[in-house]
Design a protein around this ligand. Sequence first.
Ligand SMILES: Nc1ncnc2c1ncn2[C@@H]1O[C@H](COP(=O)(O)OP(=O)(O)OP(=O)(O)O)[C@@H](O)[C@H]1O
Ligand SMILES: [Mg+2]
Length: 244
Amino acid sequence: MARKIVVTSGKGGVGKTTVCCNLGVQLARKGYAVVVVDLDFGLNNVDVVLGVENLAVYDVLDAVEGRCRARQALVRHPRYPTLYSLASNRAGERYISPQAVRLVLETVAPRFDFILIDSPAGIEEGFHRAASCAEEALLVTTPHLSAVRDADRVAGILGSYRLGEVGLVVNLVRRDLARRGEILSPEEIAAALHLPVCAVIPEEDAFFLDNIAERSRAFRRLADSVLGMPSVGRETVKFGRKRG
Ligand SMILES: Nc1ncnc2c1ncn2[C@@H]1O[C@H](COP(=O)(O)OP(=O)(O)OP(=O)(O)O)[C@@H](O)[C@H]1O
Ligand SMILES: [Mg+2]
């Protein structure tokens, strides 16, 4: 049975989708069966970030509303055979209940080790839908004060969900600025939010290849950290082995 982890944040644009997709890739590279579910209805871009946007026939809403079976909406990644995407939908204003989405995820859960849920920013309906589908959470923030403040708000709300674990991902970190004290350090953020840091992801600069290598190392460390989380009595099984 899959571990269901929501990737969330208070402020928008801090890197949730980037973190969710890259974590999915790193777990799949280790042989785990992973589905990245896009619950950011309206602004969906998991399929684009994973590079599978032309492969989806159905999306999560088709599964929710019974136009296809849940597994028909899964798109297998052409490069990582144990990585799947469950695309979102540019649904307009219509209401999509958390229970209906949860049911779809329950249907596919036995096939996977991890269900990674990309959440919309903020604390509105979409956030609640995503959080109520999960058993664990990764809270993404940047070192900027406004993002940390919003993350603090979300951390408080996540406390009202029965989540086994909540870990912090500090993204877009520039160590030079942190060293000079111009931005909060990951340690200071962890202390302010009372959450353990699962990963510190540097800000990628396309002009410095070293920096890109450093970022993929950071996502590998995030995968290791997620694998090490005491995940409320759930057994994680490597893809290819028999799952209970
Ligand atoms: N570590 C990083 N280094 C450089 N650019 C990054 C990094 N992380 C994310 N980005 C870029 O920042 C932008 C926002 O990232 P992303 O879409 O993952 O954020 P988000 O939190 O999912 O946003 P939204 O709230 O709109 O869903 C993207 O253009 C992404 O490529
Ligand atoms: Mg996003």
